[in-house]
Write a protein that binds this ligand. Structure first.
Ligand code: PLP
Length: 425
């Protein structure tokens, strides 16, 4: 048995893996040229300027064409996009929105910023929401579900859409972490009423910040455009929509600088996903061949997974923590998602605190009061810390991908041996 690096043995890798960022690692001459054109034209604003380059418009058209969806709106972030989506759907004070127990802080935060209150649905071994738990959290004050395709793997959309239809509520897809992920061949973001993307640094494609809102519904689109642009709808001609909604809005517009970078990033999506998928599959089959009992993160549609993380389900929290620490010592950074903390346990949510007077919007007199308890999503509470993830960079070499697999097998075998030594006294 090889001695683990954490016990003083030789690490599988002599230095850490390449940075785990995705699109940003592929930023090159194309992005530099594209953004330079906008700057040279002195026209960084999307709606007017001395020499318009229409970068955001070109990005929107490109996404619309590739996703085969009629309406795409560039926005300043995914968080902004989620708020825009909820305002498009007319969600606000007095409404509840179902969000997954396992998600990034922004999903629930956007609900609160839309003046609605999040209620949390449990997860399962896919790390995604468990559709069989939706009925438990539903009541007639719930107006929508935000489904989050966590870390590249799609949610069980058939079940979720059937539930939403039965209860007559909306579905927003938060695709921040999973650009390009598919469910039964359909592109995530195009299945629910509205899809939202993120172009922040940590995501598949990036301009540092940015996002997009997509929909097939012209009414929702007009409302989204208005909310994102101070209540205005400037592109009447382009979309051939006869505007009909009057509302006040915000400024969640995308800058031309972001648009220019994103045009080039968007073209690289297949390269990013292609590399990650190839490595992900190879790493998993290497581990599975050596350790047939290893439990990988489950999936409802493995073919649709972008391959951005290697997820392993461990038997106990302790085991998962030992694995992560040992992998780190082998120079293969590995951790639990969100430190194993469900979204609802983040103090601002758990304690229902906001920047507003009387903790608006939590102060709404709901017929069925919103109460959060530590054990309300027991699967998430139990599983989140037991699933470790190793990020798969889009610039990994074949050798580096092999080293991830070799390190995983080395550590898993050593931990198994330790455990059976313990068991046999
Ligand atoms: C990153 C992230 C967001 C927020 O994206 P921003 O563009 O940074 O606002 C929202 N939801 C999920 C699931 C995320 O991972």
């Amino acid at each position: 048995m090889e001695k683990l690096a954490i016990d003083g043995g030789k690490p599988v890798r002599s230095k850490p893996l390449p940075p785990p960022f995705r699109g940003s690692m592929l930023i090159g001459e194309e992005e530099i040229d594209s953004i330079s054109k906008v700057l040279a034209a002195q026209s960084p604003f999307r709606y007017y300027g001395p020499d318009m380059q229409y970068a955001v418009k070109a990005l929107e058209d490109m996404i619309a064409r590739d996703l085969n969806i009629p309406y795409v709106l560039g926005v300043s972030s995914c968080t902004a996009g989620l708020i825009v989506a909820m305002k498009a759907l007319g969600i606000g004070y007095g409404d509840k929105v179902i969000v997954p127990a396992n998600t990034f802080i922004a999903t629930a935060g956007a609900v609160v910023s839309s003046n609605a209150v999040p209620v949390y649905v449990d997860m399962d071994e896919t790390l995604n929401l468990n559709p069989d738990d939706l009925e438990r959290v539903y009541d007639d004050e719930v107006k929508a579900i935000i489904v989050v395709h966590i870390n590249g793997s799609p949610c069980d959309m058939d079940k979720i859409m059937a539930f939403a239809k039965k209860r007559n509520i909306y579905v927003i897809e938060d695709v921040a972490q999973s650009q390009g992920c598919t469910y039964k061949g359909r592109i995530c973001g195009t299945i629910g009423d509205i899809g939202v993307f993120s172009f922040q640094m940590n995501k598949m494609l990036t301009a540092g910040e940015g996002g997009a809102v997509i929909t097939s519904n012209p009414d929702l689109f007009e409302r989204a455009v208005r909310y994102h642009d101070q209540g205005m709808f400037r592109d009447k001609e382009r979309f051939q929509i006869e505007p009909q909604y009057i509302m006040s809005g915000q400024n969640y517009r995308m800058s031309e600088l972001t648009g220019a970078v994103m045009i080039e990033q968007w073209k690289k999506l297949n390269t990013v996903i292609g590399t990650m998928r190839k490595h992900h599959r190879k790493i998993r089959s290497f581990i599975a061949a050596e350790m047939p009992n290893v439990k990988f993160r489950a999936a409802v549609d493995d073919d649709g997974d972008t391959g951005c993380v290697l997820g392993i389900v461990h038997s106990t929290l302790e085991r998962a923590q030992e694995y992560a620490a040992a992998m780190k010592a082998e120079n293969v950074s590995t951790h639990a998602m969100y430190d194993g903390i469900p979204c609802y346990m983040i103090p601002c949510f758990f304690e229902q605190r906001t920047a507003e007077k009387d903790n608006f919007p939590y102060n709404y007199p709901f017929k069925n009061p919103v109460v959060y308890t530590k054990d309300m999503c027991p699967k998430c509470d139990d599983l989140l810390g037991r699933i470790t993830i190793t990020l798969i960079s889009p610039i990994l070499s074949d050798e580096e991908a092999d080293e991830i697999a070799i390190a995983a097998v080395k550590v898993l075998k050593a931990l198994e041996a330790k455990q059976s030594a313990k068991a046999h006294g």
